[in-house]
Write a protein that binds this ligand. Structure first.
Ligand SMILES: [Zn+2]
Length: 381
């Protein structure tokens, strides 16, 4: 009975091991700086071009992602998942679709025992209108994800080294968690959106992962079942998005994100709304305190669907209503992005990642403290 109780306590503690990040950590999260400049920013600018599947623009953007990981995040493992398909508007030609998967797992864990927080955006752009850039759809979300994983990488390494240096008797599920980024191809329809003309990359990847079996006796049966939470970013980067909570089973994760948004605003960390007093009244994630009677509704078809149909838990970060002045219009270009909003999203996603991966105490907060003291002294003068 005692051992039953202690294992129960252990189980509960591993379920509840969600330590909020401190204000110091929130203030110290790294910022993209010039990397999000739309003209020559190292992360965002190379994505802001047409990138229709199977075209040179698509290949160039994929190469940009690969170079980013190889040069700045060499500990991440890269995988490509390829498929081909005909489309209703390209005749008998087989169009290639290439998904890029970037994975970072704890060095001490066996592959079949690692669950992964999964961050997702699509990198293809729509065939029409001609010259369509798709800045919010989804060049900017791709850039946010690259910046966010780069921003937690050092802290993640530190945490894992600490665990390795002092391994507990029983490494719990949270310690055995990794992170992965899916940069998906072929989300957009070539003609009119249908179940078969859309989500080419996501449909192929979900099917592939469902059959990617781990060794016997692994904690997880397949790489698909190892997805802890599928966080999909889409249509982000224009001002004042309204972000509903779409799914009852992941509303708890939405609430964590909403709380972080409010804390960042109150700390004056949101560039789109730098006044902490006014900031406290605003929210992108408007349903952090929704009443229990409100029904959850989701009718948006997006890259999560093939995964959700296979039982994966989804946090869908997409504004509703869509930003109609931009959505699938030629105006969805670099100039129509709201740069402070793009940066704020990357800060919020970084904070969410830091908290989810339990990284409190592993960020360098000293530098930001000094910067803050300097600022305060300036204000007093
Ligand atoms: Zn789209």
């Amino acid at each position: 009975m005692i051992s039953f109780l202690s294992s129960l306590v252990l189980l509960l503690s591993s379920v509840n091991a969600y330590t909020p990040v401190s204000d110091d950590t929130l203030r110290s999260l790294s910022r993209p700086g010039t990397d999000f400049d739309i003209h020559n920013g190292a992360i965002l600018a190379p994505i802001l071009r047409p990138r229709v599947p199977g075209t040179p623009g698509s290949t160039a953007v994929l190469e940009h992602f690969v170079k980013f990981f190889k040069t700045t995040l060499p500990d991440w493992r890269l995988e490509f998942q390829n498929s081909t398909s005909k489309t209703p508007v390209t005749g008998d030609k087989q169009i290639p679709f290439v998904n890029l998967i970037a994975i970072r797992d704890p060095p001490f864990a066996h592959v079949g025992d690692v669950s992964r927080l999964t961050l997702v955006a699509h990198y293809d752009s729509k065939l029409t209108p001609e010259g369509f850039i798709g800045a919010i759809d989804s060049a900017a979300p791709c850039a946010m994800l690259l910046h966010s994983v780069r921003s937690i990488d050092v802290a993640l390494t530190k945490r894992w080294k600490t665990i390795q240096a002092n391994p507990p008797d029983d490494i719990d599920m949270d310690a055995q968690q990794g992170v992965q980024v899916f940069l998906l191809d072929g989300e957009e329809a070539f003609g009119d959106w249908t179940a078969t003309d859309s989500l080419y990359g996501a449909r192929s990847l979900a099917e592939h992962m469902e059959h990617e079996y781990y060794p016997a006796l692994s904690t997880f049966k397949t790489s698909l079942s190892a997805i802890r939470l599928f966080v999909l970013l889409d249509l982000l980067g224009s001002k004042d998005p309204i972000m509903p909570s779409f799914f009852a089973t992941t509303h708890w994760a939405y609430k964590h994100m909403a709380k972080l948004e409010q804390r960042l605003r109150k700390l004056g960390q949101f560039k789109s709304d730098p006044d902490p007093k006014k900031g406290a009244e605003k929210a992108w994630l408007t349903e952090g305190n929704r009443s229990p009677e409100m029904r959850f509704q989701s009718h948006i078809s997006d890259d999560h669907v093939p995964f959700m149909q296979r039982g994966v838990e989804i946090l869908h970060m997409i504004p509703w209503p869509f930003p109609h002045e931009l959505w699938h219009k030629i105006q969805d270009d670099a100039e129509h992005l709201d740069p402070p909003t793009v940066e704020d999203w990357s800060t919020l996603i970084t904070a969410f990642l830091a908290e989810w991966m339990d990284l409190e105490g592993f960020f360098d907060t000293k530098k930001s403290k000094q910067a803050r003291i300097d600022d305060e002294e300036k204000t007093e003068l």
